[in-house]
Design a protein around this ligand. Sequence first.
Ligand SMILES: [Zn+2]
Length: 617
Amino acid sequence: MKNPVLLLALALVTMAFRTAPVKDALTPLDANKVRFEGIFEEYIQNSIIHWNKGVVPYAGFVQKFRTGRDFFAQGEMWGKAVRSGCMFYRYTGDPELKRLLRETVYDLLSTQRSNGSISCSDIGRQPDGPGGDLWERKYVLLGLDEYYEQVDRDPKVLQAMIGEMDCIISQIGPPPRISITEQGWSPNHIESSTLLEPVMRLYRLTQEKAYLDFARYIVEDAGGAMGYRIFDDAFRNVVPEKIGGVYPKAYEMMSLFEGLCEYYRVTGNDYWKTAIMNLFNNIIANEITLIGSGGGDQPYHPAVMGEAWDNTALEQTNPDMKRMMETCVGVTWLKFCSQVLRLTADPAAADMIEKYAYNGLMGAMKPSGDGFSYVNLLNGVKTNPEGWGGTVNGVNVTCCNLNGPMGLAYLPLVAVMNSDDGPVVNLYNAALIRTGTPSGRPVTLNMVTDYPHTGQIVIAVSPELPERFSIKLRIPSWSQFNSLSVNGKIISAKAGTYAEIHRKWSTGDTIRLHLDTRCRLIPAPRGSNRAGDAFQALVRGPVVLARDENIDTDYNKPVTFLSRDGFVEAIPEPPTLKNTLMQFMVLTTEGLIHVTDYASVNNWNGSHICTWIPIKK
Ligand SMILES: [Zn+2]
């Protein structure tokens, strides 16, 4: 859109909004302050041991910056592998992980070219649009930035980022430089503008005006994609499936909006906050499925391989769907939600993170810990590793193998946060949390629970000295009847809000929370195939349940559940298979059936899952 009248009108609209730097409502705790002891810890350690400290071919990734890429965008691999490693290091402080990361960071720095770039393209070919050079350099910058912020503040690393970014700015920008929307491999080139996030992170580190100017160029001049003003479309409440024309690419769009969150934080212009919140709410309303991710191939965007927004919330039972819910989409949704949570303290963002964490994210990970499914189905063969990627030093590497661990590494970042009034508990899982009170004194929260097996959570609060402050607890939107008390005194706890406990806390104070994990019977949405008449699903607390062919040959036979007021009785039983987290018996007109948590179902052997269960007429 180059219409000058329209551009002027947009400029006036954006100027009318308030501008001042934004203070986050919630802030992450410092490194090493959260120690999970439950199921989150098992998944995180499995990923660290078998992926980040296991098969990742760091030297092979770096080699592409010397010898060139084998296929478009391959240079993304290094940055993605390193940033999840750095975020895991933030959680564990593991010296062996640090050594691995340090070694590969200095290996990468040795590839920096004479123009400052760290790139898989020779200087003469830069900026290499079809090769995905800018997208790759985005991940170089994010990998280096995560290392610099989480592992080691070596000035050489900062200098390398500055060299990379200054080179980009010398090549890309307003005329006579090359437009960022002319660079990329996709139909609308949205991927290149995702440089917004690293440029804002580097601005935060350096306060260099040229970086903020470049960010402003990406957002306010270039508009996010070739031929589309992505941010303005989000502001105008365009549904996600229609943003960006034939290519509403879910992962890249949210990555772009992670950058917009950083841009809003610095500029404080509420126009951008409205764009962020509108996209966030429209994704929830139109895209997010039962297991907390989105995007699909049918019926709207078959050419985008299941990686486009697709009105997936409505289409999730569409039997024509072959590919949906790319793991990169789920993880980037989780990360975008964490930005919204920090900016606004909206409990809906934490609800969404929980929904994806316990279902889509865990359900996509290989039981062997060394990778993730690419796309994820609700009915059929759940996992499918086929997609963009290739073999590096004998290891099959896909974008989703690289992004999955980042989703796990974000769980400690969001589980408990801080506010001006005191700690805020977003996720429930057995954990020991060491944080600070509003006056800056240490306080420990010891969360004892077998969640998500039950909804019983006990938190022992131990401040160093007695102090008056608040502890906030997220009450999930699915939890209708709750009981919350401190030392036996009852406190109100309403679904979909934070329950606030403001009092003078002393060591020995104990919070008891009981969430309503009764098994809910969920009717299917009515998409273009009107499947609402045909399927139902079971969700118990945060956990989606499913039928598994591995334990039940009738796994996809129609049944009618015996329900009352929208709930069914799910009776716990010992799992049939040893790697199953939870298994239940549920009564139907066809007798008792066995269901397990969606995440535990192992379809890597080609067996099938049935999550939307056909209704017997
Ligand atoms: Zn992917």
